[in-house]
Design a protein. Structure first.
Length: 350
């Protein structure tokens, strides 16, 4: 029996009353064979007029009723709150050079920042670059900048493993909040620095949703593969990290996707599906907005997510998230893929 299973778990009547007529499944495009852009659903800064607005407000209210959550965002250092305009004196360098500088900046620690720049430094564990694709832009938004720099901030797994959180024990979710804050510092300072070089830069800092769906962008820039739990699996850190990004017109060289066998692993693993209290994780892939992929049932997940101040069980229990395990699994699955490929290669006649 799994540690977290409470099947059948049923949401409260109070929560059910907040649901709109449209289901999260329809809203997210379940069983739609035509490709379309995604719709923003979580976490919106302004929820007025959104079909799930009342529900989202209730989730925010529940979080803000616990002092620890209010404190972690209200008093945390999230980098410069107000960014300067882009400098009129644009500096010129090759895309290769800008790419190296941006990555060094994102991965640097306090005190290790680009020479001569007075910023507060940075602190991401992952950084990747992708050209923005129109299908990542949420409905209702227009994109104007061509490139995206994505950063990943790794969570402390021991602390994360204290989920599900409660008002008395918020530690697991506080780790999530702390990593969002770290990501915010990285992208706000990075955007600050890019503007100082004379280019446009717009930060996207969690937990708030911006104009772009960062998940497919993170896959495109090599952060990993989509897991059955609807989150990324990275070959180094599993699912134990949070995303943030900077949209920019700085010339940059995109990274390649990194497929190392996580998708195959998920096909034979049910750990997250078995541990998810409201049975929100689908065991088979589903057609979503024109693509067959792993999917999570928003309608089942979100009531439990709300009750536990952000849940997070599925990413904590994923075997890839256990510290030190992901690189070994990635190596094993990459070797298997190579062997499979060699076995199916046609023999060359002597
Ligand atoms: S727990 Fe298993 S099935 Fe779920 S995402 Fe992780 S590897 Fe995939
Ligand atoms: S976050 Fe949602 S999908 Fe993941 S375990 Fe919790 S309820 Fe299930």
């Amino acid at each position: 029996m799994s540690r977290n299973k409470q099947s059948p778990w049923t949401p409260s009547a109070e929560h059910t009353a907040l649901l709109p007529e449209i289901s999260g499944r329809s809203f997210n495009g379940w069983n739609e064979s035509e490709a379309r852009r995604p719709r923003q659903i979580f976490w919106l800064r302004k929820s007025e007029g959104h079909p799930f607005g009342r529900l989202l407000d209730a989730v925010k209210l529940r979080f803000s009723s616990v002092q620890a959550y209010t404190d972690v965002y209200a008093h945390a250092d999230r980098g410069p709150g107000k960014l300067p305009d882009s400098s009129p004196n644009r500096r010129h360098a090759s895309a290769d050079s800008w790419t190296r500088q941006v990555k060094d900046f994102a991965l640097s620690r306090l005190g290790a920042r680009p020479p001569g720049y007075p910023g507060a430094g940075s602190e991401a564990e992952l950084v990747g670059i992708s050209a923005i694709r129109p299908e990542w832009v949420y409905e209702g938004f227009e994109r104007c900048l061509p490139n995206l720099i994505i950063v990943g901030n790794v969570m402390d797994h021991a602390r994360l493993s204290r989920v599900p959180s409660s008002a008395d024990d918020p530690e697991g979710q506080l780790e999530v909040c702390d990593q969002y804050n770290r990501g915010a510092r990285v992208v706000n300072w990075l955007a600050h620095w890019i503007r100082a070089q004379g280019y446009a830069a717009t930060p996207h800092a969690g937990p708030w949703v911006g104009s772009l769906n960062l998940l497919p962008a993170a896959i495109a820039c090599g952060f990993g593969e989509l897991g059955k739990h609807g989150s990324l699996i990275n070959r180094q850190y599993g699912s134990s990290f949070r995303l943030a990004a900077v949209e920019t017109d700085l010339p940059l060289i995109p990274d390649a996707p990194d497929a190392f066998g996580a998708d195959d692993f998920c096909a034979g693993c049910q750990v997250c599906a078995n541990e998810c209290p409201p049975d929100a994780i689908l065991r088979e892939k589903l057609m979503v907005r024109g693509t067959v992929k792993w999917a999570v049932d928003f309608d089942r997940c979100i009531p439990y997510f709300n009750e536990t101040y952000g849940c997070g069980i599925c990413i904590a229990v994923c075997p890839w998230s256990t510290p030190g395990r992901a690189p070994k699994l990635a190596e094993r699955f990459a070797r298997r893929a190579r062997e499979k490929q060699a076995a199916s290669a046609p023999e060359v006649a002597a």
